[in-house]
Design a protein around this ligand. Structure first.
Ligand SMILES: *Cc1c(COP(=O)(O)O)cnc(C)c1O
Length: 428
């Protein structure tokens, strides 16, 4: 039985604020009715009206191997037969912790949580507890979940303290977060010169994926490492999006920089609610019950979620997988940008592993200010054109996109055929 997305959206809006359980799903920045999904298989999914789409969102990253991967589904069903949750330790959690540590050398110990937000909140608390300091540094345009201390935007002027980016966050709490431009080495050095002794941590997306996709300059990440070392602050790489998405060892393996703490999520749960934070043993040992920094979770390390994550990572460990994934992602990006160029549009792209950014401007941006310079009106028309043709991109110009390991030449072909049609329409 099918029903219309409009009908479902009407019903949803009566009982769920905005009709959605996470704001970007509401299509506010592109307009129109969000699609309500009821089935996914591999690189494709189907909405309530039965319309099929090639999926370039992949649940915002987790579905590294596409929808309803048979091995993950089978593993999850089997484990659920033995109980959904115990609120007590299981061997599976040890297996996942060991797997994460073996894949990411900067991790000596990890703690599992149920969402990326929890992981970043906990990592910040741990950094503050470990250093005895209060201030943290984040970068404009990076998203680290919706914890109070991290939902903060830049104040006016270069070196001012942060301001709440949402109602409900106390200004004095936000003032402990210093917000700097991404990729700005000078601002970072000036900030540490002035506030270095009071800074507990830098938290950074080592490849930014929440202001569309923005690549770091190597010198920027290098400076993050140097100033934290010099001033005794903790470097936190937020790899909730990039971990096991851009490479098996995360962005830190690509740039060769070792953070003190790393936060993970998305791919490590294979589509189930699961995240983690981890890093140097001496820091992690400050967590309760060993140390004085409290952190907990009723469903943390849930056996069903951990099983999905273990299989996702097992499948990710196949030799050559990220090279193939990177080639496919690059092919989709090159194909689309070539077509746009032929029709006279400014479109640039970047891609690493299974993560990509499409920018409706001549050159890829390097910080939030440049991201804001893209042609948003054109993006909206492109988005809706592609949606009509059965190709689902993120419903916002400020999100990265994702390709799975089961997106193949057929999907590439159909995507480029759709893009050809859409840009032809937009040009006329
Ligand atoms: C998605 C994301 C988060 C938040 O994770 P949730 O599971 O949505 O709470 C944090 N940091 C980054 C970099 C993310 O991409």
């Amino acid at each position: 039985m099918t029903t219309s997305n409009e009908k479902l959206f009407d019903r949803a809006q009566l009982v769920i604020p905005g009709g959605v359980n996470s704001p970007v799903r509401a299509f506010r920045s592109v307009g129109g009715t969000p699609r309500f999904f009821k089935k996914g298989k591999g690189p494709r999914f189907w909405d309530a009206a039965g319309q099929e789409y090639i999926d370039y969102v992949c649940s915002w990253g987790p579905l590294l191997h596409g929808h309803a991967n048979p091995e993950i589904v089978q593993g999850v069903c089997a484990i659920a037969q033995d109980g959904m949750s115990f609120g007590a330790p299981t061997e599976l959690e040890i297996n996942l912790a060991e797997r994460l540590i073996s894949l990411m050398p900067s991790l000596e110990m990890v703690r599992l949580t149920s969402s990326g937000t929890e992981a970043t909140m906990s990592a910040i608390r741990l950094a503050r507890g470990f250093t005895g300091r209060t201030n943290i540094v984040k970068f404009d345009g990076c998203y680290h979940g919706h914890g109070d201390a991290l939902l903060v935007k830049a104040g006016s002027g270069a070196l001012t303290l942060g301001q709440p980016d949402s109602k409900g966050i106390p200004a004095d709490l936000a003032s402990h977060t210093l917000v700097l431009p991404y990729n700005d080495v000078d601002a970072l050095q000036a900030c540490f010169k002035e506030y270095g002794d009071s800074i507990a941590a830098i938290i950074v997306e080592p490849i930014a994926g929440n202001m569309n996709m923005v690549l770091p300059h190597h010198s920027f990440l290098q400076t993050c490492r140097e100033v934290t070392q010099e001033y005794g602050a903790i470097l936190i790489f937020d790899e909730v999006m990039t971990g096991f998405r851009v490479a098996l060892g995360g962005a830190q393996s690509i740039y060769g920089i070792t953070p003190d703490l790393t936060t993970l999520g998305k791919v490590i749960g294979g589509g189930m609610p699961l995240a983690a934070f981890g890093g140097r043993r001496e820091i992690m040992e400050h967590l309760a019950p060993l140390g004085p920094v409290y952190q907990a979770g009723t469903l943390s390390g849930n056996p069903v979620a951990v099983t999905a994550g273990l299989i996702n990572l097992q499948l990710a460990s196949e030799p050559g997988l990220y090279e193939r994934l990177g080639d496919m992602t690059r092919a989709v990006m090159d194909g689309i940008t070539n077509i746009a160029e032929r029709y006279g549009f400014n479109l640039s792209s970047c891609a690493v592993g299974g993560m990509f950014g499409l920018h409706f401007q001549a050159q890829c941006p390097t910080n939030l200010k440049e991201v804001m310079g893209a042609d948003n009106a054109l993006f909206k028309r492109f988005f809706h054109g592609m949606l009509n043709e059965g190709v689902y991109f993120a419903p916002s110009a400020f999100e990265a996109g994702f390709v799975s390991t089961v997106h193949g030449t057929q999907e590439l072909h159909e995507t480029l055929e759709a893009a050809e049609k859409v840009f032809c329409q937009l040009a006329n």
